[in-house]
Design a protein around this ligand. Sequence first.
Ligand SMILES: [Zn+2]
Length: 317
Amino acid sequence: MASLLKISGTEIAPGERKIIQLKIAKLYDYTDMNIPVEVIRGKKEGPTLLVSAAVHGDELNGIDIIKRLLVHLKHKTIHGTLIAVPIVNVFGFNNRSRYFMDRRELNRSFPGSKKGSLAAKLAYLFTNEIVKKCDMVIDLHTAAVHRNNIPQIRACLDNAEIKKLALSFGSPLVINSDLIRGSLRQTCYKLGIPLLVYEAGEALRFDETSIQQGLEGILSVMSTYGMISHLPRKKPSAPIISVGSNWTRAPQSGILNVEKKLGDWVVYGDLLGHITDPFGVHNHAVHAKASGLIIGQTELPLVSKGDALFHIAEITS
Ligand SMILES: [Zn+2]
């Protein structure tokens, strides 16, 4: 017999599809603020997969990826269970912000606590009501505001289970990435639940390529783990695997003109751009501080000394 699945007091039986509102708190005007969760439970046994987005409230690509995934699965039967949470940070989302209303960062608040701030309470509830009931997690992100990322997977590749999950997404670029304290990724690592982060595009923008690759990646994971049968649009080629990444930062404040773009290969010392004053009198060259592939870049030409400008992934093979 299939095991019991209960979220926030609501039972979801095999073969059922339900939308559940995870109660968080009220807004200033006493309106309830909930996290909407959709659960699709197949009649047949299989793994439980969580797909989450907008842990940073202004990162929208993942929301559209989940919407398209749910539409795609409308008349399909699956093996196991899909738990879809398109907007985790509902407070940030409604303020078009990465953060909570009190500027707290949800993805540094995991696993959370019952007694802490609202962000800590939300993280605690999400960890206990959702995450702990899953066998694996796909967490969807974009770059922070005014930055752009080419589609990429971030995961701890030293763990065999996580590496299997990461590669099953079929992304052309997989980056070995250290755990960040307080992140959902670190909490899942400690709980022994494999998690991959899909990073693609900009905050507050939709990017069609990022969305399509994200949807295709989730379907590929579900297919690899026997949840659905899915034929990929095109056979994925072997991914580029990066052992780590570095930021090249602004050597000076001013106005940035770029010479390189996302997806360009660079070697240490290459000219990436110029920072000038408004009259063009002072000109500071920005040189690459690492060799590799540009996987992230600022989109804002106004830079302060020390700002992260180009994110370069180190590629050894
Ligand atoms: Zn994010």
